[in-house]
Write a protein that binds this ligand. Structure first.
Ligand code: SF4
Length: 194
């Protein structure tokens, strides 16, 4: 049987990781790389990282975690902090995390990478691919433009993460997305008030 090609997965959270590893493990020689300086507060970061490590262990996939460098995220988005989720702030956030993933690939002579973030229906596949392709070109690597939400991927991922008993966060990750989540919740509660 032909050897499986290597593929590095940028991991943002355990539920997305589980679905993608479950989907690709028979076709690729996977390595999981948890790289998320965007996540705040640190307690939330540690929780998501711990769960991601458990998923990799469950599927017997090599796993590495980047250093937690929240200042790098603050610098990257500094003059785009006022832009809404899905805009320039997220472009910079994706580019930062994928660039560090590319550096991880180069340090280990692994030629191709992608991200599990496309499981989420909240992430623009166009933006993810633009960022991934630009980073890959800069590092002379191959970006694999998967869209893991296709073929009912998002719903199936929720079923799998529930079966595995994984923690599922209710905001994207950064402090700004947490504030936006809080504002949405408050607005919803207000709209229900008599
Ligand atoms: S909303 Fe999500 S993708 Fe956008 S900047 Fe925040 S953590 Fe990054």
């Amino acid at each position: 049987m032909a050897e499986k090609p290597p593929l590095v997965l940028h991991i943002c959270c355990a539920p997305d990781e589980a679905w993608v590893v479950h989907t690709l493990r028979d076709r690729y020689n996977l390595t999981c790389f948890f790289c998320n300086p965007n996540i705040a507060p640190e307690q939330e970061y540690r929780l998501r990282a711990r769960e991601a490590g458990l998923v990799a262990a469950h599927y017997l996939v090599p796993y590495a975690e980047d250093d937690y460098l929240p200042d790098s995220w603050e610098c990257a988005v500094a003059d785009a902090a006022e832009t809404p989720e899905g805009g320039e702030r997220c472009r910079r956030c994706f580019t930062l995390r994928l660039s560090r993933t590319a550096a991880f690939c180069c340090a280990r002579s692994l030629p191709a990478f992608t991200t599990v973030m496309s499981v989420s229906p909240h992430k623009s596949i166009r933006l993810l691919n633009e960022c991934g392709q630009a980073v890959a070109a800069a590092w002379n690597l191959t970006w694999m433009p998967f869209d893991f939400k296709k073929q009912d991927g998002f719903r199936k991922s929720t079923v799998l993460s529930s079966e595995l008993g994984l923690y599922r966060q209710d905001y994207c990750g950064c402090r700004l997305s947490k504030e936006e989540r809080n504002q949405r919740t408050a607005a919803r509660l207000l709209s229900l008030a008599p």
